[in-house]
Ligand binder design. Structure first.
Ligand SMILES: Nc1ncnc2c1ncn2[C@@H]1O[C@H](COP(=O)(O)OP(=O)(O)O)[C@@H](O)[C@H]1O
Ligand SMILES: [Mg+2]
Length: 243
């Protein structure tokens, strides 16, 4: 039998060991990144455009494979996952991509419900969960609309509702408040922080440094594909003012 890393209780759900990713020979999107994220931890990921934020999220989601190093997500070695194991892993991981990736031919409600349908949630329960999830992102009145008739900020909230509706073990969000006004940004971030409080491990890529100061969570700063700084969570102490 092939040896397999198992998900022991208390084991960190996201672990990277000397991970590098190169899309083109000689150029590294990520370089020698080692990192562990504990269960229920909330991590902000920052860095200039091109620093490797999206690549890091894609690697954790097994959308890309590392060129070097090991990634273990929920106890599974991502590089060794078979064709069937990848969707099984992704069901446990909620993602909000930068371009939302909503299905245009489905309504808002159907887009959010999909995550529950694939795990066989009974119809009535699915309907209730989708409704309360849409309510918490303030979009219950839009549930029968199609994504294209929504604003960018509304689509972003649908994407978050879809990512959170099945209480994923990990949430990966790429600039999830990039299209939102400040008030809505805080509502959405509070929703994400609440998921972390319930045990979801959260990684949020953002350009918004005020969020990092406000929430005082762990802060990973990428620079040219390397971890330039990894600051632990604080009790809301203001940081980064000098940057
Ligand atoms: N699919 C790809 N093919 C080639 N190069 C890519 C691809 N995705 C990202 N890159 C390159 O990798 C680097 C990191 O990009 P990315 O992870 O998107 O950074 P960020 O999200 O921080 O802006 C950039 O130099 C980018 O051009
Ligand atoms: Mg990006």
């Amino acid at each position: 039998m092939r040896r397999r890393m198992t998900s022991a209780p208390g084991e960190s759900p996201v672990r990277l060991y000397h991970v590098s990713k190169s899309y083109m020979a000689g150029q590294f999107a990520l370089q020698d990144v080692s990192l562990e994220i504990r269960r229920g931890e909330f991590v902000f990921l920052t860095g200039a455009s091109g620093a490797g934020k999206t690549t890091l999220l894609e690697l954790i989601f097994a959308a890309e494979q590392p060129s070097e190093g090991q990634i273990v997500v929920l106890g599974r070695n991502v590089a060794r996952l078979g064709a069937r194991a990848i969707p099984a892993l992704r069901r446990r991981v909620g993602v909000v991509f930068q371009d939302f990736k909503l299905l245009e031919d489905r309504t808002v409600e159907e887009n959010v419900r999909l995550a529950l349908d694939v795990i066989g949630t009974p119809r009535r329960e699915a309907r209730n969960r989708v409704f309360s999830m849409l309510k918490s992102v303030g979009l219950q009145h839009r549930r029968f609309h199609h994504p294209r008739s929504l604003s960018g900020g509304e689509q972003q909230r649908v994407a978050l509702a879809r990512a959170l509706v099945n209480e994923p073990e990990i949430l990966l969000a790429d600039e999830p408040t990039g299209n939102l006004d400040p008030e809505l940004t805080l509502e959405i971030m509070d929703l994400i922080a609440a998921a972390a409080t319930r045990g979801t491990t959260v990684v949020v890529a953002t350009h918004d440094h005020s969020l990092i100061e406000r929430y005082g969570k762990r802060w990973l700063r990428l620079e040219g594909g390397r971890i330039a700084e990894d600051l632990p969570a604080t009790a809301g102490v203001e940081r980064g003012a000098a940057r």
